[in-house]
Design a binder for this molecule. Structure first.
Ligand SMILES: [Zn+2]
Length: 407
């Protein structure tokens, strides 16, 4: 296939994923359309496809309102996946974990602000990373059981992407209704004379389904290379770089491998849940496939690749010398690739934590992009260089073919 053709396909595919499909949030109709589209592309290239379904929580939100009894209205946003509520109660402001531990909150609306609200707390059942101080905050909140929670947050790009304010709580397993607001508005609210406030959250949790797409050639078990990208996106964002581009490179790769016949098996995997609080797709994959992990010779994850400025960056994790030099040699043929620093905030961690050698591919500006762009509506098609995506697909094709000689 000619390069021009591949670039045109990359653009067509990404436009389909980010424009024609409404919303790739896990559990949403657009998410099912995306997995169906991906499965179809895999079948067309001769891959055997499995789509194991899992249950998940989806969420519908009609907004939230906060009214102080002096008539002042404050701008608040429903925390993603919160339960709804309509409460009128006194406000208590808490700024540290010690204060929280010492507070009496029955019948109150709690505002978390300052130090305690500096970062997002991990969802209570999140399996991959869950620091003790987050779990402690969640435990205290459940124990103290306020009627509702307001989190007043600033900017914390490293953990919340480019959002201001950011939701301190994003957890469909946490049952105290909550909203978030700007730290500056929180300070204004805190300064009002002690009084009751009225908080309404108009949102509902919905039982939904999603699936991973596992495409293999040949079908069934064999020693193999796994190439993955997460197909879900944050609610209401186009998710072009995060991670439409990763999915598009896998779709191109499938076509480049249409004539492939091993002997090393190839698995192209669309993970579904990297940007959902419960990471349900990753959990499902680990649960049902863990016994097959010993068959994985190498896992390669692509996330936030193809940014218009700079290069693609690859990084290696627990990879043997022989495979490392193969990967470096292949990537070295492309001017758009450079070796970058290790990072762990994506699906290659699923494999690394379970002892598989892994490679991650992203943009060399990943840190800046994840602080300013990803998880926001700005993550759109204009940020993508299709030529870079073609390079990623061509490089991955070569890695797959040449791995046969060293494994
Ligand atoms: Zn991502």
């Amino acid at each position: 296939m000619e390069r021009k053709q591949l670039e045109a396909k990359a653009e067509e595919y990404l436009t389909h994923l980010c424009r024609r499909i409404p919303n790739r949030r896990v559990g949403a109709e657009g998410n099912r359309m995306a997995t169906e589209w991906f499965a179809e592309k895999m079948r067309a290239a001769g891959f055997a496809v499995e789509m194991p379904w899992f249950n998940c929580i989806d969420w519908q939100d009609e907004g939230a309102h906060l009214l102080a009894l002096n008539g002042e209205v404050f701008e608040v946003f429903s925390s993603p996946y919160t339960l709804g509520c309509s409460v009128l109660a006194p406000l208590v402001v808490v700024r540290t974990v010690d204060q929280l531990a010492a507070s009496h909150l029955t019948g109150m609306i709690l505002m978390l602000s300052g130090e305690i609200a500096a970062e997002q707390v991990m969802p209570k059942n999140f399996p991959f990373y869950n620091p003790e101080h987050h779990q402690q905050i969640v435990r205290l909140l459940e124990e103290k059981a306020p009627l509702a929670i307001i989190t007043a947050t600033g900017r914390n790009p490293e953990l919340a992407g480019g959002l201001y304010p950011f939701p301190m709580i994003e957890d469909g397993d946490f049952d105290i209704p909550s909203v978030y607001m700007k730290d500056v508005d929180g300070e204004k609210l805190a300064q009002l004379p002690r009084q009751q406030i009225a908080l309404t959250i108009d949102s509902t949790r919905i039982q939904a389904k999603g699936c991973n797409v596992i495409a293999r050639k040949p079908a069934g078990d064999s020693q193999r290379v796994v190439l993955c990208a997460h197909i879900d996106a944050k609610d209401n964002t186009p998710g072009a770089l995060d991670n439409g581009t990763g999915v598009v490179t896998l779709a191109l790769l499938a076509e480049l491998l249409a004539d492939y016949s091993g002997p090393l098996g190839v698995e192209l995997l669309a993970f579904n849940g990297e940007d959902h609080y419960s990471a349900q797709g990753q959990k499902e994959y680990l649960k049902s496939r863990l016994t097959e992990f010993s068959q994985i010779a190498l896992a390669i994850n692509t996330d936030v690749a193809g940014y218009v400025q700079g290069n693609s960056a690859f990084s290696l994790y627990g990879v043997s010398d022989q495979i490392s030099s193969l990967v470096r040699e292949v990537m070295g043929q492309f001017a758009s690739f450079q070796e970058g620093e290790q990072w762990y905030q994506s699906d290659h961690s699923v494999f690394i934590q379970n002892g598989c050698p892994a490679v991650a591919i992203t943009s060399d500006q990943f840190m800046r992009l994840s602080t300013e762009v990803t998880h926001t509506p700005a993550d759109d098609l204009d940020l993508v260089d299709y030529g870079l995506l073609v390079d990623v697909a061509l490089a991955l094709e070569q890695v797959v073919r040449r791995l046969n000689a060293v494994i």
